[in-house]
Design a binder for this molecule. Structure first.
Ligand SMILES: Nc1ncnc2c1ncn2[C@@H]1O[C@H](COP(=O)(O)OP(=O)(O)OP(=O)(O)O)[C@@H](O)[C@H]1O
Length: 384
């Protein structure tokens, strides 16, 4: 059947059918990783990984290539064992259960649809594996097809679908048996930016409506910020920090997290004088009573939007800079500039009507609140 009412090729027409959700519900499970360790020969991919994920949470494992994200997800899915430690789902150890007995929905980057099966049969597959009665299969598949608005394509083969449509079929197949946990490993990695953004919204909506617990893997920090209730940053197989997106952005606990999540200016900070912080590259010294308890190598993390052109007030730090580059992005202008002390810094401002954009070589004065400076240790240098 050729679709006439809905143009399923356009991302915008993939908007979910909200009414269809009322008939599909999954109660999210609690997941506990307890000191999970996994090595491949001499490479320890996961060190002592402990984490509790709450029911209905959207938990993202974020890290660069090789940090251990897929290893953690595969241990939960049951695709690769753990060398030690335990994994509990709703309080029950699943470490010795094969993948099919863990009752998890899964979506991967390469869609992994069965090429010789229609869209309908692909989605029906998990139900057939569970020996669901034919009537129930038909009802459930139709319901999830309604949710992802692909009903018109039920009889197509995967090769006749666009990438975005294939990924919607993969979602439909993952949620059709109403799993308490949905695992996703870079599910949007193969799609272009616009489609990624549309599907990010859809995945969030599906998760919110269904109530299942999601464990999501990505190396894209923007995607992690946009989608997650909490983010775990992995680095070389260890948890660097766990927190909500705003905690990770506003209060990074290490130089690595400050740098990895969002953009920032990282400047060496000298805390050797009790009660004060000196950032020589900004020519700044300010009082900070907490600074004396800190040892080792510290950095000041200054987000680009915290450096502002406005009159200084009270304890504001004044920073004179020479503009190097101004990049016009429509609503926002991003600048790179050199401080009088030689550091290249970045700042960003919202553009108001008719604002004149400072030119290259122009000297301007910026201000910064001491409370907007986040001091972060270099864990690699101070030891963990
Ligand atoms: N089957 C394997 N054999 C040997 N080493 C492996 C194997 N699988 C993973 N590793 C190693 O374990 C470490 C973690 O790999 P993992 O795939 O978990 O990382 P990742 O964060 O998912 O990376 P990516 O984003 O590139 O997929 C890497 O150093 C990787 O080379």
């Amino acid at each position: 059947m050729v679709p006439t009412m809905v143009d399923v090729n356009k991302p915008s027409s993939g908007t979910l059918n909200r009414e269809a959700f009322s008939k599909v519900k999954a109660t999210g499970a609690t997941i506990e990783f307890q000191s999970v360790r996994k090595a491949y020969g001499s490479v320890t991919a996961l060190h002592d990984f402990s984490l509790t994920i709450h029911p209905g949470e959207f938990l993202t494992i974020l890290g660069s290539s090789g940090s251990g994200k897929t290893t953690a997800l595969n241990a939960l899915a049951g695709f690769s064992g753990a060398d030690s430690g335990d994994i509990l789902i709703d309080g029950k150890s699943v470490i010795d259960e094969p993948p099919e007995r863990r009752n998890l929905g899964m979506v991967f980057q390469n869609y992994s649809l069965f090429p010789h099966m229609t869209v309908f049969d692909n989605i029906a597959f998990p139900l057939r594996m569970r020996r669901a009665p034919r009537r129930e299969i038909n009802e459930r598949v139709e319901r999830v097809l309604e949710i992802v608005r692909l009903g018109a394509l039920a009889k197509r083969m995967p090769r006749d679908l666009s990438g975005g449509q294939q990924q919607r079929v993969a979602f439909a197949r993952a949620i059709v048996f109403e799993p308490p946990v949905l695992l996703m490993d870079e599910p949007l990695g193969a799609l272009d930016l616009k489609l990624r953004e549309a599907l990010q919204f859809e995945i969030k909506e599906i998760q919110h409506q269904l109530g299942c617990t999601v464990v999501y893997v990505t190396h894209d920090q923007r995607e992690a910020l946009a989608m997650s209730s909490r983010i775990v940053v992995l680095r070389d197989g260890r948890i660097e920090q766990v927190g909500t997106p705003s905690e990770m952005y506003d209060a990074p606990k290490s130089r690595f997290v400050a740098d990895f999540i969002g953009q920032t200016n990282l400047l060496a900070a000298d805390l050797s004088t009790a009660g004060s912080v000196s950032i020589s590259e900004l020519g700044a010294v300010y009082r900070d009573a907490d600074s004396q308890a800190r040892q080792g190598a510290w950095y000041a993390s200054v987000r680009p939007e915290k450096l502002q052109r406005r009159p200084a007030e009270g304890a504001d730090i004044a920073v004179g800079v020479t503009v190097q580059e101004a990049v016009f992005l429509g609503d926002v202008i991003e600048y790179s500039a050199r401080t009088a002390h030689g550091a290249l810094i970045h700042f960003r401002e919202q553009r108001r009507d008719r604002d004149r954009i400072p030119e290259r070589g122009e000297t301007i004065s910026l201000v910064l609140r001491p409370s907007d400076v986040v001091l972060v240790p270099d864990l690699a240098k101070t030891g963990r």
